[in-house]
Design a protein around this ligand. Structure first.
Ligand SMILES: Nc1ncnc2c1ncn2[C@@H]1O[C@H](COP(=O)(O)OP(=O)(O)OP(=O)(O)O)[C@@H](O)[C@H]1O
Ligand SMILES: [Mg+2]
Length: 283
């Protein structure tokens, strides 16, 4: 089943907003369609735990030995089953409990561990079949946590903030992806798309950057996420956009909304389902 890592080593580009809303949107999309028993798992590998706070504020953390950090560092790895929790607003959206201090420590211990880049991949192996999609949020810096998420992934989704600085810095992510592909014979690990975020068409700069992204990456540039007060408010209210501004359901099961933030992420849900050939996998 598709494992989608949301990555960009630049900070504040919309990784967490995208991870949370893609995961919640997919979960809701399944509940509104004929695939009601399909589940989604969100894994937050950023010690800041902002993605987990949006899913279950107050219930997002656990003692270190029952959190993601233990999966990444303990030998043998503990069972993942006892660490899975259900998101507050979506019964078919699960997450692995986190622990800020333990995950920060785990990041510094990883370099000395056997299989240091494969720990996440090995930890989730036993639950891959239980989830239609796994979405992984990543920290804004290179390192073993990010490498673990790329080794575990089948696809990488790259949010790019539409500012002049937004397109810089992609080179080092591309190098990391290429290194993972060659070190682990993962030719199948593909970029699912570049997602322009915080697009403000009132500013000439936004359009110029969309054009330059298109000339660099062609069809891999996805329909953009616009700057939206709803997305920012939802984030500070510890909610996903589908809970904050609920969508309507279309006949074909797709989600639709007059809130731009909800509509943009509903569109991303459809694109991700298409590009991962989810329909074919389920057939
Ligand atoms: N489309 C948008 N419109 C308005 N605000 C947004 C949008 N996307 C994200 N934001 C806001 O921008 C800030 C940064 O977004 P987010 O936390 O998703 O980025 P990030 O890449 O995960 O950051 P970090 O690198 O620190 O983890 C947040 O306050 C978020 O609410
Ligand atoms: Mg983040």
């Amino acid at each position: 089943m598709p494992v989608i890592t949301i990555a960009n080593q630049k900070g504040g580009v919309g990784k967490t907003t995208t991870a949370v809303n893609l995961a919640a949107g997919l979960a809701l999309r399944f509940r509104y369609s004929d695939n009601k028993d399909q589940r989604v798992l969100l894994i937050d590998t950023d010690p800041q735990m902002h993605a987990l706070m949006a899913l279950a504020f107050g219930d997002h953390s656990a003692p270190s030995q029952e959190s993601l950090a233990a999966l990444l560092t303990q030998m043998p790895a503990p069972s993942i089953q006892g660490m899975l929790r259900v998101a507050q607003y979506h019964p078919n959206l699960h997450f692995i409990a986190g622990n800020r201090t333990a995950l920060t420590e785990a990041a510094s211990r990883l370099p000395g561990l056997l299989n240091k880049d494969m720990r996440l991949s090995l930890a989730i192996e036993s639950v891959l079949k239980d989830y239609a999609f796994i979405v992984i949020d990543t920290p804004p810096n290179p390192g073993d946590l990010l490498t673990n998420t790329l080794v575990a992934a089948t696809h990488v989704l790259i949010p790019v903030e539409t500012s002049y600085l937004g397109v810089t810095g992609l080179q080092s992510l591309h190098e990391t992806i290429e290194n993972v592909k060659s070190a682990y014979q993962r030719d199948d690990l593909g970029v699912i798309g570049y997602l322009p975020t915080m697009v403000d068409l009132q500013r000439a700069e936004s359009q110029e950057i969309l054009d330059s992204l298109s000339s660099l990456f062609g069809d891999l540039v996805l329909k953009p996420i616009h700057k939206s007060a709803d997305l920012a408010y939802a984030h500070s209210a510890h909610m996903d956009i589908f809970n904050f501004r609920p969508p309507r359901r279309r006949e074909d099961g797709a989600l639709r909304s007059s809130s731009r933030g909800t509509q943009d992420y509903a569109q991303l849900v459809e694109t991700v389902m298409k590009r991962t050939e989810f329909a074919r996998i389920m057939a």
